[in-house]
Design a protein around this ligand. Structure first.
Ligand SMILES: [Zn+2]
Length: 508
């Protein structure tokens, strides 16, 4: 008896000593930093003015402003959500547009990736939705996790952490994991309806982070998708009164996030990164790609056409004969509403597309087994709209994005927090694919080979100064044999990475 009792006493003493050591270790190790990435959908750099977005301006002044930040092409929401989540370009992650074509899901039509049900259908039919690991999956292996909160489409929210690897996704239409759903409604209330501005839904996404995120889920990385100004500007235009109001409301939410973190003593260990998924252009409505391409389609056995246009991608359901691809490209090059055209490259990594007068998919990092033979951008101008905002494109509707114009590609990026430089400005090019590698770097986790974005070292306190980053700017020009269509890609290079600034077309 006695020996058993003394053994227990010894075991108890040892356990208490271990517990005391653990408490002491925790007291000595400062709590680690967390990271909040706020994606303001459709935010242009010139939206960030003292009257519309004073808090965001102040955040940038507190930290580092990266003035040459790039949207990933095609400059649409879900392509960029996928690049933010994977640190890779479409050539690696395989989400090639807002509308995508998968014959295995629907042989005759493109699929809207804004709808989560379509993403689930792709995942089921193709075995995987994205063909690159997400930061959520990478963090799970390191015992860490991602929270995604979204006020935009269900598809955009899901793509931020599509396998929900040990983390959570909270959106007004769904919560993952499912067993968290009832608790989310209990905490946040029922989801509000959509509105212009979409302030109530944006507020709910912010609340999800400030309550569930900070108190319960405690993710290492949170992605927060804010649906304005995109939602409002698509319908009402850039710079209109309601769109300006939407910007002011988004700015107030950013202020509320900072103030809440500060009041809870968390601001000095939270890295805040604010960016967008794409810019915005005023639309003039002349490009109807499906109509331009339809004369080249042939009937399949069931009578349906053998060409499917999904956004700018021209897919062939059967063989894509070189002659027919060339004929379609030649017809499009004659149309003033058509901008840049991309085809498969003639040499790996080269800029020249296989069809004369086209750039290669490598210029836009779009070469993937899922690619179509032809990718088309709407044309653009520097024309100003009624509110004075520069940039128009030939797409339909009031305003939007998706082209390779500077107004759609050039977007804001700023970061403030314990790991970022203070009161700094950088002119070195960066892109949305560079955000995830930078986050991994801050957590001391090695990026996988699929993560081809770069660490934005010059934005970090520990990194080289922004001025020490050598930036080169080049132009690559291709043209049709008769010179009637000339296409130029403007490219920035830094830290061994190439960034497409914009393309330009001249016709004669
Ligand atoms: Zn968007």
């Amino acid at each position: 008896m006695r020996s058993i009792a003394s053994t227990w006493r010894f075991a108890l003493a040892a356990a208490l000593a271990l517990a005391a050591a653990a408490v002491a270790a925790r007291a000595q190790t400062p709590p680690r930093s967390t990271h909040l990435v706020i994606v303001v959908d459709g935010l242009r750099p010139d939206n960030i003015t003292p009257d519309l977005m004073p808090r965001l301006l102040r955040l940038g002044r507190r930290g580092v402003v990266l003035n040459a930040h790039h949207s990933v092409y095609p400059t649409v929401t879900r392509v960029n959500a996928s690049s933010l989540a994977t640190g890779a370009y479409p050539e690696t992650h395989g989400l090639l547009g807002n509308t995508v074509y998968f014959a295995s899901v629907n042989p005759t039509r493109g699929l809207d990736t804004g709808a989560r049900a379509n993403l689930d259908a792709i995942a089921q039919a193709e075995k995987q939705l994205l063909t690159a690991p997400s930061i959520g999956e990478i963090l799970q292996r390191a015992g860490r996790k991602v929270l995604a909160v979204g006020a935009g489409t269900s598809g955009a929210a899901l793509l931020l952490d599509h396998t929900v690897a040990g983390g959570a996704v909270i959106h007004h239409e769904f919560t993952l994991p499912r067993d968290l759903a009832a608790h989310v409604v209990e905490k946040l209330g029922p989801p509000p309806p959509a509105a212009r501005p979409n302030a109530a839904r944006n507020r709910r996404a912010v609340d999800a982070y400030l309550t569930l995120g900070l108190d319960e889920i405690r993710a290492d990385v949170t992605f927060m998708w804010i649906s304005d100004p995109d939602t409002t500007a698509h319908e009402l235009g850039i710079g209109t009164a309601t769109t300006r109001t939407s910007l002011a409301l988004v700015d107030a939410e950013i202020g509320r996030i900072e103030d809440t973190l500060a009041s809870r003593g968390l601001l000095d260990r939270t890295n805040l990164i604010v960016t967008s998924d794409h810019g915005f252009s005023t639309h003039t409505g002349a490009l109807k790609l499906a109509e331009l391409v339809s004369p080249f389609a042939r009937p399949m056995a069931d009578g349906s056409p053998d060409i499917v246009v999904a956004e700018g991608a021209v897919h062939f359901r059967a063989a894509a004969e070189d002659s027919r691809v060339a004929a379609i490209v030649a017809a499009l090059q004659k149309r003033p509403e058509v901008g840049a055209i991309f085809t498969r490259g003639t040499t790996p990594g080269g800029v020249r597309g296989a069809v004369p007068g086209t750039l290669s998919f490598d210029v836009v990092r779009w070469k993937h087994p899922r690619s179509a033979p032809i990718l088309v951008a709407a044309n653009w101008t520097r024309d100003r709209n009624d509110a004075g905002y520069e940039g128009a494109s030939t797409q339909s509707g009031v305003a939007g994005h998706g082209t390779s114009s500077p107004h759609d590609i050039h977007i804001p990026l700023m970061a403030a927090g314990p790991d970022f430089r203070e009161q700094a400005v950088s002119e070195a090019p960066t892109s949305n694919a560079d955000v995830a590698p930078t986050l991994l770097r801050l957590m001391g986790i090695a990026p996988p080979k699929e993560m081809t974005g770069r660490v934005i070292e010059e934005g970090l306190r520990s990194g080289p100064t922004p001025a020490s980053v050598r930036v080169t700017r080049t132009r690559e020009t291709v043209s049709t044999r008769d010179g009637s269509y000339v296409l130029t890609a403007h490219i920035s290079t830094a830290a061994g990475r190439r960034y497409l600034d914009f393309t330009e077309v001249t016709r004669r």
